[in-house]
Design a binder for this molecule. Structure first.
Ligand code: ZN
Length: 643
């Protein structure tokens, strides 16, 4: 269709008149802030030298002296904001202080960007090409301020906390020489290569900013280094740092299981993507217990008694297999929209059900294959996951795909109703989806192929290369189809985007097992409760609480405790008229099963007390997987060590 000139003019006049007519009184927006220069894939024409002093164990002040060569009057320095591994803008800018910049001994003014508050505009005088930068990183002094990183015996240095870098360049294009001063006599572990040692100061070989930030240092005065692949050309070490020397007592069987982990991972992936790998393992009840993946190392905070109470700490035994798997799934192969060229470009987390979900799957499978978990412990761990999703109320309104945004929405702050809000479910629901995919491939191929073949084909490429290869949803679908032709796009999208679907337990059923409940917890679950000093009644009363003082950590949405209007942080003082104890509460649940009387509690929240009746008669309920003899035990095959 063709408009005449006259009708176009008439239309233009009409629009202009109507736009004038709807303009409202009041302010109009200021001109937007000039955006930061986007990073370019060209060499930074200079280099960074950063010297970090991390020896102030009491005040936990980490001092940083940095020289940046190659600056100009337009230089912008960035404090890393978007951190790989956390997939979120969690750089600790609130603990960054004392910034002073000088050139040739004279102060150089700086101003913070009012929109990008991790960016500092530096007024470098004309002709000056090198600046000296000084600041402190104020590491948390108590748990109230943040998770501790420094104790009397263990400390961790994450380089993203202690470096400013120039905007405008890919992180891999910025050369850095870093040095670290530790308390005298302390040992350390890191993926970094040592260049020289001068007393308590270690200088590392020059590397890129990308590799530096991917290579944290753990240190301590009670340290142990275990060779997990003796004689290998590409070494793997377990570097343990503990509160006390006695916590370092690894048995021969424990070492053997960790060595088997390395071999089972090689059998699964058929490759490696590091020059050497270091598990940086802290055993401390003070510094934070976290798992954080890196390409050639991982930060692994375990229960301090991980080795000395081996059976009791089995509930977290998938930690090392999970973080090790990330060297392949997450670091070497990464979702294309999650990979970013520097640390101040936003990440998109939509494929975390592969990055974290399949890693959670392999973490548990490799734990079983290596003997870090017994077969029964692996089943008990899976039963817990299955029971959580069988009853999670949030599945009624929110897809697992939507939960991939959770790291950005909530950086792991406590939540009032986790089971309704949902939280990072792409890990464990992702694990169940991948179990379903694995059992499906095994069924369709009559046992000829499995998800192991996908792992080898997808993560095992370019053996020995450290260069990250990115992927998209379609790449995942294509790789699955190459292993076993099926409508994988539909399979995945239904499970990822679906709302109010039945719990994803098909992989367990097809694996030859059923989820059942009994009145006795599994040994794994009981030990987890003992070790965490918790009472987990999630599947019965609907509470998880402190075993000693009865303070509720979590109330399950839709549970009997929810109906009785209990909330987290409420303390149970009395059960049926008697002072609270964990045993008394369990006994009351047992007794109510055979009667009609409700369970009566006296509870306290702040300085308010009340009496609560819970009309619950379902008895104690704990999840287990039991063998269904009518179906082949595919799950047993999955968990069995590869020969
Ligand atoms: Zn992970």
């Amino acid at each position: 269709m063709r408009h005449t000139l006259t009708s176009q003019l008439w239309l233009f006049t009409l629009i202009a008149v109507s736009m004038t007519a709807v303009a409202s009184p009041g302010p109009t927006p200021a001109a937007p802030q000039t955006p930061l220069p986007p990073p370019k894939d060209v060499p930074f024409p200079g280099a960074i030298t950063v010297a970090v002093e991390a020896s102030d164990l009491q005040r936990r002040i980490v001092r940083v002296h940095e020289t940046v060569r190659g600056v100009n009057p337009h230089t912008i320095l960035l404090y890393p904001q978007w951190l790989p591994g956390t997939h979120a803008p969690e750089g600790p800018i609130d603990r960054f202080a004392g910034l002073k910049i000088t050139a040739n001994g004279k102060a150089v003014p700086w101003t913070r960007d009012p929109v990008e508050v991790f960016a500092f505009h530096v007024a470098v005088p004309a002709g000056v090409t090198s600046i000296d930068v000084e600041f402190q990183y104020l590491s948390p002094t108590s748990g109230k301020v943040g998770p501790l990183e420094i104790s009397d015996h263990v400390l961790m240095v994450e380089w993203n906390s202690v470096v400013l870098y120039p905007a405008g360049y890919f992180a891999r294009q910025i050369p850095v020489t870093a040095s670290l001063t530790l308390p005298t006599g302390w040992k350390f572990g890191s993926a970094l290569e040592t260049d020289s040692v001068n007393g308590a100061q270690t200088t590392f070989k020059r590397t890129s900013l990308a590799t530096l930030i991917d290579s944290p240092v753990y240190a301590g005065d009670h340290a142990l280094r275990v060779d997990l692949d003796p004689g290998a050309a590409v070494p793997v070490h377990l570097d343990v740092f503990a509160d006390r020397e006695s916590l370092l007592a690894l048995t021969a069987d424990e070492i053997a299981a960790h060595r088997a982990l390395v071999q089972q991972a090689y059998k699964l992936f058929g490759s490696h993507h590091y020059a050497h790998y270091d598990f940086l393992y802290s055993l401390s009840d003070q510094v934070q217990q976290q798992g954080l993946e890196h390409h050639q190392s991982s930060e692994d905070g375990g229960d301090p008694e991980s080795f000395t109470e081996w059976t009791k700490t089995a509930f977290e035994r998938d930690l090392l297999p999970h973080e090790f798997t990330h060297s392949w799934n997450g670091k070497f192969r990464r979702p294309a929209d999650l990979w970013t060229p520097n640390f101040n470009v936003p990440m998109r987390d939509g494929l975390l059900w592969v990055y974290e979900g399949q890693t959670n799957y392999w973490g548990n499978v490799l734990a079983a294959r290596s003997g870090l978990l017994t077969h029964q412990q692996a089943l008990d761990s899976l039963a817990q996951v299955a029971a959580y999703y069988a009853e999670e109320a949030g599945r009624q309104w929110r897809s697992v795909a939507d939960t991939t945004n959770d790291e950005i929405i909530n950086p792991r702050h406590p939540m009032p109703w986790r089971t309704y809000q949902r939280f990072e479910d792409y890990y464990e629901e992702g694990q169940l989806i991948w179990l379903e995919a694995d059992t499906l491939i095994r069924s369709l191929s009559r046992g000829a192929r499995s998800l192991d073949d996908f792992a080898k084909a997808f993560f095992g490429i370019n053996d020995g290369s450290f260069t990250t290869v990115t992927y998209t949803f379609n790449d995942v679908v294509q790789a699955l189809n190459a292993v076993e032709p099926y409508d994988w796009a539909d399979f995945l999208r239904k499970r990822l985007d679906g709302v109010a679907l039945p719990a994803p337990l098909e992989g367990i059923r097809r694996g030859g097992y059923q989820l059942v409940y009994t009145d006795t917890p599994s040994e794994l679950s009981k030990n987890a409760d003992d070790q965490r000093k918790r009472v987990n009644l999630s599947n019965s009363l609907g509470v998880n609480l402190d075993d000693k003082d009865g303070t509720i950590a979590e109330v399950v949405w839709g549970s009997p405790a929810f109906a009785a209007q209990l909330t987290e942080s409420t303390q149970i003082l009395a059960v049926n008229g008697n002072a609270y104890s964990a045993d008394l509460l369990k006994e009351a649940i047992r007794a109510a099963k055979d009667g009609k009387a409700p369970i009566e509690l006296i509870v306290k929240n702040g300085d308010r007390f009340k009496v609560v009746s819970i009309d619950y008669h379902g008895g104690l309920r704990y999840p287990h997987l039991v063998r269904d003899e009518s179906t082949p035990a595919l799950l047993d095959d999955i968990l069995a060590p590869r020969p």
